[in-house]
Design a protein around this ligand. Sequence first.
Ligand code: PNS
Length: 199
Amino acid sequence: MVSRYHTPVLTWIHSAANAELEFSYLPFINYHLPSHFMRRAIYPGSFDPVTNGHLDIIQRGCKLFDEIIVAVLVNPEKTAFFTIEERCDILSEVLKTIDRGDCHVIVEGFEGLMVQYAAEREANAIVRGIRAISDYEYELQMALMNRRLRPSLETVFMMPAEEYSYVSSRLVKEVFQLGAGIDGLVPPLVEQRMREKIK
Ligand code: PNS
């Protein structure tokens, strides 16, 4: 008997023995989730600092997943403004202020390989935001590398609202450090913590 956790592949195989048509089945047991299964996603990033664009993606992810772990990770290519602990603390505070529906959202910091962390947390998916085509090349490379490292983990790309399509942590830090206001780009708590940090 074919398990209900196996997905039929739409390929008919002609059986030489009895000349009947049969379905072939691939063992998708590792991929197909029963409907009662908790759908848990990792939303990894530097979040240095969290922007309104990140929060927008988290809210959109809340429509798809039962649990989202916002994972503050180290990007070796970036110089940090806040420590991982500070970023986690800020994220935890601002997440209390947004509507998350029934989704359970938690924040954790991790130093190491993202797919290893996702495996430890038994996550089914990685969520990443894509603002413009320029993000796509980098994101595709990461998604494919992560797929190579852990094939059962799917990457889901989500688009933020148009008004955040130009907002990045890098530009927020740059304009802030040059004295410009960042109101509307980040939650007020982030601006306050940034001011305290440079005192
Ligand atoms: O917000 P960012 O800086 O674009 O996020 C990039 C991040 C932190 C998700 C990426 O650098 C990462 O996954 N770092 C953890 C180390 C790792 O797994 N590197 C391999 C990525 S294919």
